[in-house]
Design a protein around this ligand. Structure first.
Ligand code: OAD
Length: 230
């Protein structure tokens, strides 16, 4: 049985109509990371930050999963060995495409987090800065998003899965943000075969054993059918 670890990034949701971060016209060309994706930015101007993620949440709700998300759901349903799907994406397109078990290492738009007591609850479509925590009542609600300078979620679980992986595949991620960009090195170190599926070569492309370039809606279903027919 083959153990799989799959890492996805913004590229897998691009064809659904969600903006990536670093492509031409991507989110980081229109917004400053320091303003909308750091704890300091949130402390300076919480309204700007909450509204930025309100827009992202509304955009995610208005689009649908594509054939790449659906192919991964089919893989999870049929694969015999272990499979961990880790996403850097904060949208819920994997879940809506049919993957019930997704590890959102950078958080999720549909979750709110209390900056005072760490309680989590389902985020309303439009969060307000004045929202209070349903657990401790502190007016400290924030989007449950991992910002720059914060530790991504469940790193122990990811590293354990990478240590047992036979295949590690990275899909639609530019390889610019660590620790996710370092997973290929870790997986190689533990002996996995590593594959990059991306539109263009990522910043860490040279570390992969195998690369396939093209749209996720084409490369992912193709790769999934190869794995399932092995
Ligand atoms: P990026 O925007 O950095 O990279 C998107 C990647 O997807 C690029 O390599 C594109 O070539 C590729 N791509 C675009 N369209 C594609 C398509 N149709 N099919 C396949 N690939 C396609 O996004 P990420 O690598 O996901 O973090 O960014 C990583 C993190 O940086 C994000 O999670 C976010 C951001 O800052 C935080 O906000 C903490």
């Amino acid at each position: 049985m083959t153990n799989l670890v799959i890492l996805t990034g913004a590229g897998i949701s691009a064809e659904s109509g969600i903006s990536t971060f670093r492509d031409d016209g991507g989110l980081w060309a229109k917004h400053r990371i320091e303003d909308v994706a750091t704890p300091e930015g949130f402390a300076r101007d919480p309204e700007l930050v909450v509204n930025f993620y309100n827009e992202r949440r509304a955009q995610a709700a208005s689009v649908a999963p594509n054939t790449a998300h659906k192919a991964l759901a089919n893989l999870e349903a049929q694969h015999q060995g272990d499979l961990l799907l880790v996403t850097q994406n904060v949208d819920d397109l994997h879940e809506r495409g049919g993957n019930p078990h997704v590890l959102h290492m950078h958080g999720a738009l549909n979750s709110a987090l209390c900056a005072s007591c760490d309680h989590r609850w389902p985020a309303p479509m439009r969060m307000l800065v004045a929202d209070s925590c349903p657990n401790c009542s502190a007016p400290m609600a924030r989007p449950d998003i991992v910002w720059f300078g914060e530790m991504p979620y469940q790193m122990d679980r990811i590293e354990r899965a990478l240590s047992k992986a036979d295949i590690f595949v990275a899909i639609g991620t530019s390889g610019n943000v660590y620790p996710a960009a370092g997973f290929v090195e870790m997986a190689s170190h533990y002996g996995a075969h590593t594959i990059e599926l991306n539109l263009e070569p990522s910043a860490v492309v040279s570390q992969f054993d195998e690369t396939r370039f093209g749209k996720a809606s084409e490369t992912v279903p193709q790769w999934v059918s190869e794995i399932l027919n092995k």
